[in-house]
Design a binder for this molecule. Structure first.
Ligand code: PGA
Length: 238
């Protein structure tokens, strides 16, 4: 696992963004796995700036997002599909038909998402955030390492942490569709980003903890190509 410590959020976005851009430069038809939440915002801002300045061509890139809330339609303002359109897809020249986010309203056969990813050749680079409890995607503590895309229950901690995006914790959906831990491990390259003191314990477990389903992120110790990009506060316990 390669660990890159940087000064602040903007630098996290630059370093992660440059890794994504170099994947696109080496293969214009790259398959990217993308993440939502606060952490990737500086990365997406950097990619949009790059698009304005350098006209990086996203027209053949395909993307697969990690997760979506169950019950929120793609045009719901709190859905992750809406977030991705707003924060990235509508601001670069990606073909929206090449972008995929699990559908929070059609949850009958979630593993079809893994089949679609593999039919497209598998993920070249997966961008990940991390939860304060060590979740990646919405794979909460206790999730089997064998998991594929499925409908999952969110923990009380995740609902509380994510309530900042909603009017109140009561409005946060209790379930999500999430790529599983095996879905994530199937990516050829993984880039995990974390910002802030509240992520320091999860980062410590990710890097130095015993591999255990109690800290889902620790499965990444078994992956051969992981880059962790963290600011000083997220790095404060390592
Ligand atoms: P955050 O979420 O980027 O909003 O902190 C990360 C995560 O829960 O995976």
């Amino acid at each position: 696992m390669k660990v890159i410590k940087v000064l602040n959020e903007k630098e996290v976005g630059k370093v992660a963004g440059d890794l994504i851009l170099s994947a696109i430069q080496s293969n214009s038809s790259s398959i990217l796995g993308l993440a939502t939440g606060s952490t990737p915002e500086s990365t997406y801002e950097y990619l949009i700036e790059d698009f304005k300045k350098n006209k990086t061509d996203w027209s053949k890139v395909k993307t697969f997002n990690l997760d979506e809330y169950v019950g929120l339609s793609p045009d719901h303002k709190k859905s992750y599909r809406y977030f991705m359109n707003d924060k990235l897809f509508h601001k670069i020249n990606i073909d929206i038909k090449n972008t995929h986010v699990p559908d929070g309203l059609k949850i009958e056969n979630p593993e079809d998402y893994d089949k679609l990813i593999s039919k497209n050749g598998g993920i070249d680079l997966q961008l990940l955030g991390i939860g304060t409890n060590g979740h990646i995607g919405f794979n909460e503590p206790g999730t089997s390492f064998d998991s594929l895309t499925s409908v999952v229950d969110l923990t009380a901690e995740t609902i509380e942490v994510n309530s900042r995006f909603f009017e109140s914790a009561l409005e946060v959906p209790k379930k999500a569709v999430s790529m599983g831990l095996t879905s994530i491990m199937n990516a050829r390259k993984i880039v995990l980003i974390a910002i802030g003191k509240n992520k320091a314990e999860a980062i410590k477990q990710l890097i130095n903890g015993n591999i255990s389903i109690n800290w889902p992120c620790t499965i990444l110790q078994n992956h051969k190509d992981v880059t962790v990009i963290i600011d000083e506060e997220a790095a404060s316990l390592i």
